[in-house]
Design a protein around this ligand. Structure first.
Ligand SMILES: C=C(O[C@@H]1C=C(C(=O)O)C=C[C@H]1O)C(=O)O
Length: 287
């Protein structure tokens, strides 16, 4: 059985055979477009997308910080037919539904549980989602993202405690994980543009499988410094506690998520993993 969204907008479960015949022509409006409309690749347009994703990531962290840690949701406990944590169960199930709507047809959307995902019944429209060479498909740092999120970031975000809201907590975790993953795997587009802009230099380094040279070619320390400064500032602005009592309307000592947590997140994880994605993509670019 597969979940099908009909032209009428209603969703129905159909036998898989019938579901795979659902058309996704233009009139059917079943099309997928990266919400930034990346029809043409340029470093500026991609960087603009990454800046937009900073907002998405920071807002998602602020939402998660409203709930306590709820640690039982991350411990392995037997569920009928599934041995894993509540978080793993919810992420796996959500990804299975989203896969049917074509979520993982874009190179920047990488599932955390790629095995046995159902086939898409909705495919991206050709006229607006950017296609990358085949090398992009196998570049995947999801495990690293999951590990740092659960083991390093979450304890800094959520206060100790258990209010039993496990499903709300893990649903909020998934929003954070998908935003972080999208930002980091956007490194594939960055790498492609850098390859196009400096094909000869990258080709020589790729042919020599020279990771250090590739890393040096793609690193822009000025941009990285600006990114870290900007995300800390956004955390201050987005996470400021607004009060009606004091003169300037906000209590500047109390942020929903510590700005230093966000800038360290980028410094220690988001930027390094984005660059790992860029290097891994480029090493495969000439295959
Ligand atoms: C993403 C880019 O590539 C690298 C990674 C960056 C990041 O993750 O913020 C910033 C600059 C580069 O070192 C880029 O050049 O914009």
């Amino acid at each position: 059985m597969a979940l099908v969204v009909l032209r009428s907008g209603y969703a129905r479960h159909l036998p898989s055979q019938e579901a795979s015949m659902v058309s996704n022509d233009k009139n059917g409006a079943f099309f997928h477009c990266p919400n930034d409309g990346t029809d043409n690749l340029s470093l500026d347009s991609i960087r603009k997308t990454l800046i937009g994703l900073e907002d998405t990531i920071i807002y998602s962290l602020i939402e998660r910080s409203k709930l306590p840690l709820n640690s039982p949701a991350y411990k392995s406990s037997p569920f009928p037919g599934f041995h894993g944590s509540l978080m793993q169960l919810l992420v796996k199930g959500t990804e299975a539904v989203q896969a049917q709507f074509g979520r993982y047809q874009s190179p920047e959307e990488v599932p955390f549980f790629p095995d046995n995902l159902p086939p898409p019944i909705v495919h991206p429209s050709q006229n607006c989602s950017q296609k990358l060479p085949a090398a992009a498909a196998s570049v995947n740092v999801s495990k690293d993202i999951w590990d740092f999120y659960v083991n390093k970031l979450l304890p800094q975000l959520a206060t100790e405690g258990d209010d039993g809201n496990y499903v709300l907590s893990v649903a909020s975790d998934l929003v954070c994980l998908q935003a972080l993953s999208r930002r980091i795997h956007y490194g594939k587009y960055v790498a492609e543009v850098k390859f196009i802009n400096e094909t000869e230099a990258y080709t020589t380094a790729i042919r020599a499988q020279d990771k250090d040279t590739i890393m040096n070619l793609l690193t822009d320390t000025k941009v990285e410094a600006m990114v870290k400064q900007r995300v800390a500032k956004k955390a201050m602005v987005f996470g400021a506690e607004v009060t009606l009592s004091d003169s300037n309307g906000s209590n500047t000592n109390n942020y929903k998520v510590e700005p230093s947590v966000v800038s360290r997140l980028y410094d220690e994880w988001v930027i390094p993993l984005t660059k790992v994605v860029e290097v891994d993509y480029l090493l495969k670019r000439l295959e």
